[in-house]
Design a protein around this ligand. Structure first.
Ligand code: G6Q
Length: 545
């Protein structure tokens, strides 16, 4: 048995989970439930009253946090202890957005001064590009940037840029290439002019197959358009912690932006990996994004557990995963600009907490990271919400909506809000058989048919959801929102006693991909692997079925 399952709070929660009444009656018996189970922090408002919780639940969850030494673990994270023990690394994405020196020395280096220098280098670069001081090889201004990177070196910049569309300065266009599928880069390059296009190669390791291949193809395209090798320096920059490899690749040393091993890929948008964001929204707004995230860091570090937003959200997730067998968690953004967030949170949570061994090497005997999925409301209401309402599994949901739209138009926003709130209400209260039957009272069906149809229209309700609101989507509120989910992810991992900051499964994919590549391009037929892998490789080599 692991330490976790022996904790007294864990066992108390297990017993208590069988006794929590239906949320309908919890709301009926406590008119103050909304006031009691909601809080504001860093420009965000969280209503967590529509959860399967009572005072007793929360008290046991906070005991679990205490028994798990959560406060000490939060301090270890934020102060730069090497909590990524399998890679012997600190985890300091929070330092990237610090507003004053957090006084962290890592192996003798003052990281704050490196962070500040990098921000200054970014600022200078953004100014040069957007003001037209930086010229392409024929003397023209840069109009388009193609960002090449994958995973953590892609999703953050892409999704934050999309979310902050109203803040684009309009001085530059940005395009993202991630997949090694040639279609991605070929389609992106169509219509671009090499004279006015700049490529940002983003790869922490500078060893990722997809990114290297796409950058080589970008370079070929650049030269084929009429540029020469010596023009590359004006059109290719890189963000990487591997300066040697970046230089060998042909990137001019002054065009390399640093990355550090104490920033995980999926936590890196706050570093120079965020360069595409800064180019699109300008450095001032980029700094606001950092400041918003920093506010959430401060809240996470200092608010008592009982009033700590990431702690509450993390503990609620543990509650459902471990005591209600919730296998997935849905993120529903009621804002078109935030449509990419579910994919971002998917990587953040699933890559961090998709683990089954504790920090001290024991196999876990409890569930860890759930599947994160979701999409944009109201679209999902016409599709997969059916499963939320009447499916057999419990799927906790997060509804996220700004109170004010960037595009106030007629009745659109009030309708959007009515759908958002209406869904959380329906999930919570459901529809009883009697209610369904009453709704059929005036139909032409006979009594037997009414009974049958009513049975199909029953919705059990008691389906949990959080509602997260913000006044308006701004760089600052978005920064706080993303940091909230980063810390929520940390809280879950801390309770589960796993390392949320390595990713050996992802690394395996990189190794196996290269191994199969050798077999696909070898001269003799593949015979050493399992019959399925050999068969597929050989079919590909023959180029026919
Ligand atoms: C993130 C992951 C992964 C990584 C990519 C790209 O936490 O480890 O998504 O970001 O594999 O890696 P590079 O930046 O090294 O190319």
């Amino acid at each position: 048995m692991t330490e976790l399952t022996q904790l007294s709070s864990w066992n108390a929660l297990k017993r208590h989970s069988e006794t929590v009444p239906h949320m309908r009656s919890l709301f009926a018996s406590d008119p103050k439930r909304f006031e009691k189970f909601s809080l504001s922090a860093c420009g965000l408002f969280l209503d967590y009253s529509k959860n399967k919780i009572t005072d007793e639940t929360l008290s046991q969850l906070f005991s679990l946090a205490k028994e798990s030494a959560l406060t000490t673990k939060i301090h270890a994270l934020l102060s730069g202890e090497k909590i990524n023990t399998t890679e012997q690394r600190a985890v300091l994405h929070s330092a990237l957005r610090a507003q004053s020196d957090p006084n962290i020395n890592l192996d003798g280096d003052n990281i704050f001064s490196e962070i500040r220098q990098t921000l200054a280098k970014m600022e200078n670069f953004v100014d040069n590009i957007t003001s037209g001081t930086w010229k392409g090889y024929t003397g023209k201004n840069i109009t388009d940037v193609v960002s090449i990177g994958i995973g953590g070196s892609f999703l953050g910049p892409k999704i934050v840029s999309q979310a902050l569309r109203p803040y684009w300065t309009g001085k530059i266009n940005c395009h993202f290439v991630a997949n090694v599928d040639a279609t991605s880069i070929v389609e992106k390059l169509k219509g671009l002019n090499a004279e006015t296009t700049l490529f940002i190669m983003s790869s922490k390791s500078f060893g990722t197959q997809e990114t290297l291949t796409n950058t080589l193809s970008a370079k070929d395209w650049f030269i084929r358009q009429g540029a020469s090798q010596s023009d590359v320096a004006k059109h290719f920059v890189a963000v990487s912690s591997n300066v040697t490899k970046a230089c060998e690749f042909g990137i001019a040393p002054e065009n390399i932006f640093p990355m550090w091993d104490w920033v995980g890929g999926r936590y890196s948008l706050w570093s120079a990996i965020g360069l595409p964001i800064a180019l699109l929204i300008g450095m001032e707004s980029f700094r606001e994004l950092l400041a918003g995230a920093n506010e959430m860091d401060e809240h996470f570090a200092n608010a008592p557990l009982e009033e700590n937003m990431p702690v509450i959200m993390g503990l609620l997730s543990v509650w459902y995963v471990n005591f209600f067998d919730a296998q997935s968690h849905v993120v529903l953004t009621y804002d078109h600009y935030l449509r990419g967030l579910p994919a971002y949170f998917q990587q953040l949570d699933m890559e961090s907490n998709g683990k089954s061994v504790t920090l001290n090497g024991q196999d876990v005997d409890y569930k860890t990271g759930p599947i994160i999925w979701g999409g944009e409301g109201t679209n999902g209401q016409h599709a997969y919400h059916q499963l939320l309402h009447q499916g057999t599994g419990l799927i906790p949901a997060d509804f996220i909506m700004p109170l004010n739209s960037h595009n106030p138009l007629g009745e659109h926003h009030v309708q959007l809000a009515s759908n958002c709130f209406g869904q959380t209400q329906a999930l919570m209260q459901g529809r009883t058989f009697e209610e369904a039957l009453a709704e059929l009272k005036n139909s032409a069906l006979d009594d037997n048919e009414k009974q049958l149809i009513a049975k199909h229209k029953v919705m059990p309700g008691n389906k949990p959801s959080n509602t997260l609101l913000m006044d308006k989507l701004t760089p600052s509120t978005l920064g706080a929102l993303i940091a909230l989910y980063e810390h929520k992810t940390f809280v879950q991992g801390a309770i589960w006693q796993i390392n949320s900051f390595d990713q050996w499964g992802v690394e395996l994919g990189k190794v196996l991909g290269n191994d199969v590549l050798e077999r696909l391009t070898a001269t003799k037929a593949s015979a050493e692997l399992d019959s399925s892998s050999n068969g597929l490789i050989n079919l590909f080599r023959q180029q026919k079925i």
